[in-house]
Write a protein that binds this ligand. Structure first.
Ligand code: COA
Length: 207
């Protein structure tokens, strides 16, 4: 059956989104391998799952994993990642602002590391649902200031998906990918940093 025929057939079937469990990881790795050139070793997926399983979702059709989205929580004081400054609109951060990153307060952000849907299941809302769950999980956490991700500048479907939820390209990282392509850093601010406690760099053991 051609991909197009298979897509039409599979489009009729309902999908569910749920949190990933360890047994899902081989299938998740398969989806990742088939969908993206950025691949990771088993221990990487497992580490993310164990630490941040509440931010690791899979999409299932007929008991088969057809997509996933995995994120981890990080601490940062980078104004771009916090959704407070847009380098593409306001110009690159000044050196002093970059230095401030090491002395100012740190806040929790969610980093969407990878999201993918098998080709024959795309275009039917699974990517949207995976992202919806990720954003909801970040909101429920209570003190997550923003969600950020990197995306190839040429990846129109993914960029459209992110923009649909209000993510904005806020930085460009030249030559980010192994093949030399640039990445946009896209950010969705979900909360004002001042409404959360944050931590000083001292508390994090950085200073
Ligand atoms: N061209 C342009 N925009 C597209 C598109 C296409 N072929 N397919 C999807 N989109 C955009 C649309 O804005 C769509 O929203 P709409 O249908 O309301 O207009 C939105 O993406 C979501 O579509 P959806 O069906 O929910 O997404 P999906 O299940 O097809 O998954 C990806 C989207 C990006 C996860 C999927 O294309 C994929 O796995 N790509 C390969 C891996 C990848 O690039 N991951 C992102 C790395 S940063």
């Amino acid at each position: 059956m051609t991909t197009e025929a298979l897509r039409k057939e599979e489009n009729k079937k309902p999908f569910i989104i749920r949190n990933a469990v360890e047994e899902d990881l081989p299938s998740v790795m398969m989806v990742n391998l088939k969908s993206l050139p950025e691949n990771y070793w088993y221990g990487f997926f497992l580490g993310i799952l164990k630490a941040w399983g509440r931010f690791f979702f899979v999409a299932e059709v007929d008991g088969v994993i057809v997509g996933y989205a995995m994120s981890r929580i990080e601490w940062t004081s980078d104004p771009v990642l916090l959704g407070l400054y847009n380098e593409l609109e306001e110009g690159p951060l000044a050196v002093m602002d970059k230095l401030k990153k090491f002395v100012s307060r740190q806040y929790r952000v969610a980093h969407l590391i990878s999201i993918a849907v098998l080709e024959e299941y795309r275009g039917r809302g699974i990517g949207t649902a995976l992202l919806q769950h990720t954003i909801q999980a970040a909101r429920e956490e209570g003190d997550i200031v923003s969600i950020y991700l990197e995306v190839r500048v040429s990846n129109t479907p993914a960029i459209r998906l992110y923009k649909k939820f209000g993510f904005k390209p806020a930085r460009i990282i030249r030559g980010y990918y192994r093949d030399g392509e640039d990445a946009y850093v896209m950010v969705l601010k979900i909360r004002d940093p001042e409404s959360t406690k944050g931590k000083s760099a001292f508390h994090l053991g950085i200073l």
